[in-house]
Design a protein around this ligand. Structure first.
Ligand code: ATP
Length: 269
């Protein structure tokens, strides 16, 4: 299944908070064999959220995660953005709205004013597009929800990473991700040649094996090549790369290259 993530938050765009939620969701999607096609970070503005969500609904993703901006304050406007994208109004979502109303009534009967607990903000947290459903979680006060559009399922998640992860593990993974993805095998190869030395062979192998994703990741001491995809194809591509590296290592030019690199490293200390 193809997926997209929309992270909502002025605080992330401003550099005040580093995004952790997209990273977690990306790891879990990969774990279950689903393909993440896009991560977008947008401001708290409903128009911006709606425009990104529309773009994702028109794209290849069949599940779109929208994360953050569900709280009671003025800057939590994600639901407005979702409703705008779907061309709907927001309606009180039962039974969540009843639960919040009970809470509100308890505070009023205890003699508190409407403002004491910010009742307006609390009631706002029960608003959702028609047809939305709350996802169960054992922690947190911000409800995660899902709503199905003809084009894709939308999963709306709280911003605080602890709450997001709890609902993701407890509800999202078992209901939408487990057992529906492809089994993705990973082959990893390291080498000490310049990354560019293997560029041409990797281009050729990527064209020969389009079913796998071949990546090259330079590190301090060596370069890691990772191949991900169906097991037998990843294995075949890895065998070809091993063979290329072996032949290069044993060739005159390969030996000269390694000597040259050793000398340069020694000179640098
Ligand atoms: P709240 O009721 O706490 O406002 P919310 O669902 O509206 O919940 P946000 O207002 O978007 O969430 O974010 C609350 C806090 O969670 C932020 O101040 C930030 O510290 C953290 N947070 C939100 N999104 C992310 C993210 N993508 N990565 C890391 N931290 C985040």
């Amino acid at each position: 299944m193809d997926a997209a993530i929309i992270i909502v938050g002025d605080e992330i765009l401003a550099g005040h908070v580093q995004d952790a939620n997209a990273h977690h969701i990306a790891q879990r999607l990969a774990h279950h064999g689903h393909r993440l096609r896009r991560v977008a970070i947008v401001s708290d503005e409903p128009d911006e959220i709606a425009s990104e969500l529309r773009a994702q609904l028109d794209g290849p993703a069949s599940i779109v995660f929208v994360c953050g901006g569900l709280g009671p304050t003025h800057d939590d406007r994600t639901m407005e953005g979702v409703a705008l994208a779907l061309g709907t109004e927001l309606v009180p979502l039962a039974p969540l709205a009843d639960k919040i109303e009970q809470l509100v009534q308890q505070t009023l009967s205890a003699g508190f004013s409407e403002a004491a607990f910010g009742n307006e903000g609390l009631r706002k947290m029960a608003l959702a597009p028609p047809g939305a459903r709350v996802l169960a979680t054992s922690i947190g006060v911000i409800p995660a929800m899902t709503v199905e559009d003809q084009r894709a399922r939308i999963v709306i998640l709280p911003g605080p990473p602890r709450e997001m992860r709890a609902v993701f593990t407890e509800s999202v993974e078992p209901e939408f991700l487990e057992g529906t993805g492809e089994t993705i095998a990973r082959e990893e190869i390291t080498h000490v040649f310049p990354e560019s030395t293997l560029a041409a062979v990797m281009t050729e192998l990527q064209a020969r094996y389009p079913e796998v994703v071949i990546g090259s990741y330079p590190r301090y001491e060596d370069t890691l090549i990772r191949i991900a995809g169906p097991a037998h194809i990843a294995r075949a591509a890895a065998d070809d790369i091993h063979k290329f590296i072996e032949e290069l290592t044993e060739s005159d030019e390969g030996r000269k290259l390694l000597d040259f690199l050793d000398r340069r490293r020694a000179e640098r200390g």
